[in-house]
Design a protein around this ligand. Sequence first.
Ligand SMILES: CC(C)(COP(=O)(O)OP(=O)(O)OC[C@H]1O[C@@H](n2cnc3c(N)ncnc32)[C@H](O)[C@@H]1OP(=O)(O)O)[C@@H](O)C(=O)NCCC(=O)NCCS
Length: 174
Amino acid sequence: MYPILPERPSDAAQIDTLLDLTFGSDRTRKTVYRLRENVAHVKALAFVVRDEDGVVLGSIRYWPVAIGEQAAPAIMLGPVTVHPDYQGQGIGRALIRHSLYTATRLGHGLCILVGDKPYYEPFGFVGAADRGLEMPGWVERERFQVMELAAGALQGVSGMVGKPVKTSRKKAAA
Ligand SMILES: CC(C)(COP(=O)(O)OP(=O)(O)OC[C@H]1O[C@@H](n2cnc3c(N)ncnc32)[C@H](O)[C@@H]1OP(=O)(O)O)[C@@H](O)C(=O)NCCC(=O)NCCS
């Protein structure tokens, strides 16, 4: 099994190429990308798998978000991607498990995502719309999911997912 390693700045170009390959070059038209625009991903939760030559075979990143009028902080899982030639070997699951474990250890309480329900359900994700969360733009209801990383973190949290508060303030002041 390949080790899960922290992403390095020099991995960025390879990750973009991999994302274009697995999601298509029109991937940035998706609703989740509106939440990522002009917001940096969470560096401590960016991991890759590389082969012996340093070629990136898999990647996972998270973005910070805020939920509802109370701007409850959360992280948004994705994108996660594995090179087609290396899929089905457990790399995706290992990237997700390792990063969710790290996120929990770092004190993140809530994680959301838009993705295939059958793939994410075993990690503990549940329907987010059923729990009163909304996405800004159209997403298939069952693909929008949430997981508590800290027990009770969803209590009192509902409403629209948006960009993190700090970024919005900076933009407003600019
Ligand atoms: C989805 C993805 C990250 C999974 O990575 P991976 O390394 O191939 O996955 P793993 O080897 O850890 O897990 C493989 C298992 O997940 C299942 N699986 C893979 N993609 C799935 C999906 N979209 N929905 C449901 N199950 C899926 C496989 O059938 C396999 O099941 P099995 O173990 O019972 O045989 C990878 O296939 C990928 O990059 N796909 C294209 C990009 C993408 O769709 N990413 C986001 C998914 S919402």
